[in-house]
Each structure stands twice: as C-alpha cells, then as structure tokens.
Design a protein around this ligand. Structure first.
Ligand SMILES: CC(C)(COP(=O)(O)OP(=O)(O)OC[C@H]1O[C@@H](n2cnc3c(N)ncnc32)[C@H](O)[C@@H]1OP(=O)(O)O)[C@@H](O)C(=O)NCCC(=O)NCCS
Length: 161
C-alpha cells in the first residue's frame, strides 16, 4: 500500500536523493533547471508516494514558467525508485497531479521528456515553444488542461518571476 502526500519541506533532500539515484549524473546542468533556479515550486502539485514503512517510492515536482507571455506549468522532475518502476506509480503521480492542476485552474503544462511515455497522458510535441538550449525540440511536449490552451502560444520558455 502506498501513501500519496503533498511534498513537505522536510521531504526536500530525500526527494533530491531519489532524483540523483534515478537520473544521470549532472542532471542539474540541464537547461530546464535554469528555469527553476530561485523560483518556488508549485507546492500543491509536488507529490510524494511512500510505501507502508515510509520509504520514498516516487516523487513529482512542478514549477511555474512563462511562454509567450502566458503562464504554464513545467512538469518534472518525476521519478520512481528503480525497484518500484513499472508498477504504475509514475502514471499515478502524473494523473493525480494533472487532475489537481486542472482543479486549481492551470490551463497548460509542458515538460522535456520522452514522447513515447508522456503521449499516454495526452502530451504532444509543442511547435514553436523553445526551451533554453541545448534542448532537443522533439522532447518539448505539452498538454492543454483547458481546450485550446496551447493554441497560438509560442516563444521562448522563461522563468516565472
Ligand atoms: C519514467 C518513470 C517516471 C515512469 O514511471 P513508472 O512508474 O516506471 O511507469 P509506469 O508504471 O507508470 O508506466 C510503465 C510503462 O511506461 C513505459 N515507460 C517507462 N519509461 C519510459 C520511457 N522513457 N519511454 C517510453 N516508455 C516508458 C514502460 O515501458 C511501461 O510501458 P507499458 O505500460 O506498455 O508496460 C520511471 O521509470 C523513472 O523514474 N525513470 C527514471 C527517471 C526518468 O526518466 N524520469 C522521467 C524524465 S523524462
């Protein structure tokens, strides 16, 4: 049995350790991290999944960004402990947080990731939305939480202030 909670301040370094375990070394050098520097997370959407004895099994975070003068959510990082992958936990975290984002009135979400995984949640390649280089444009994906929310929204992704 797993417990789903909003991430607390005390969880921060444990979640960082999980990300260090799950991603290649140097993850914080990625351009997406420059959009996060000094910007608070969207706390209501940052979730942890712990198993019965409290071990952290998975976590997801979101930051606000701006695209073409509009607000958007930047999904990620999301990671599932290597011993728990393939059980649906990543999908659970993504679906729960996206549902909450919709409830909170967010209109659009983007991420940098593998289309073959994220397409199952409705993400598709965003044309004309540019992440700071170096980012493979094929990995820049978006999902409209409100119909048409990405229509005509293009430009460089910048930090939310
Ligand atoms: C990617 C990740 C979050 C998925 O979480 P998970 O709990 O293992 O995934 P789920 O159980 O929800 O879904 C499993 C399915 O996703 C597929 N999948 C997982 N990672 C994938 C990827 N990178 N590309 C394509 N498919 C992928 C699996 O093959 C499986 O497919 P199936 O349903 O057809 O069997 C997790 O594997 C992870 O933490 N990976 C390392 C960190 C990472 O890459 N994070 C994402 C950054 S873009």
């Amino acid at each position: 049995m797993y417990r789903l909670d909003e991430e607390t301040e005390e969880d921060w370094w444990e979640v960082e350790a999980l990300y260090d375990l799950c991603f290649a070394p140097g993850r914080t050098a990625l351009s997406s991290y420059r959009l996060r520097d000094g910007v608070p997370t969207v706390a209501a959407l940052c979730l942890t999944l712990r198993d019965g004895d409290g071990t952290l099994a998975a976590a997801i975070r979101y930051w606000p960004v701006r695209v073409g003068g509009r607000d958007a959510l930047l999904l990620g990082p999301v990671a599932v402990h290597p011993t728990r992958q393939g059980e649906g936990l990543g999908g659970l975290l993504i679906n729960e947080s996206l549902a909450e984002a919709r409830r909170l009135g967010w209109e659009r979400v983007m991420l940098v990731g593998d289309a073959p995984y994220y397409s199952r949640f409705g993400f598709h390649k965003l044309s004309g939305v540019e992440m700071p280089p170096p980012t493979n444009p094929d990995r820049v994906l978006g999902l409209a939480l409100k119909a048409g929310a990405w229509d005509g929204v293009t430009g460089i992704v910048t930090k939310a202030t």
